[in-house]
Write a protein that binds this ligand. Structure first.
Ligand SMILES: [Zn+2]
Length: 72
């Protein structure tokens, strides 16, 4: 395997799978009968699936989301 995943600073396990949770809020709009307004939370949760550590806090590489992770 040419590349290795980053390692969790908390439990030392390789982060081969990571959950990124972005919260989105929809509000019902009575004029149109649809959920119209959408708010995307500015906070993102990124958790280690092994020890539940907050990777957003611990791994600078995930600071702007997993999709922006760049291997050094
Ligand atoms: Zn961990």
């Amino acid at each position: 395997m040419p590349y290795k995943p980053p390692v969790c600073p908390e439990c030392g396990e390789p982060i081969s799978v990571v959950d990124e949770v972005v919260s989105e809020t929809y509000r019902f709009d009575e004029a149109t009968g649809t959920f119209k307004l959408r708010e995307i939370a500015t906070t993102v949760e990124i958790e280690c699936l092994v020890c539940k550590a907050d990777l957003l806090e611990l791994l600078e590489a995930f600071e702007h989301g997993v999709c922006n992770y760049v291997a050094e």
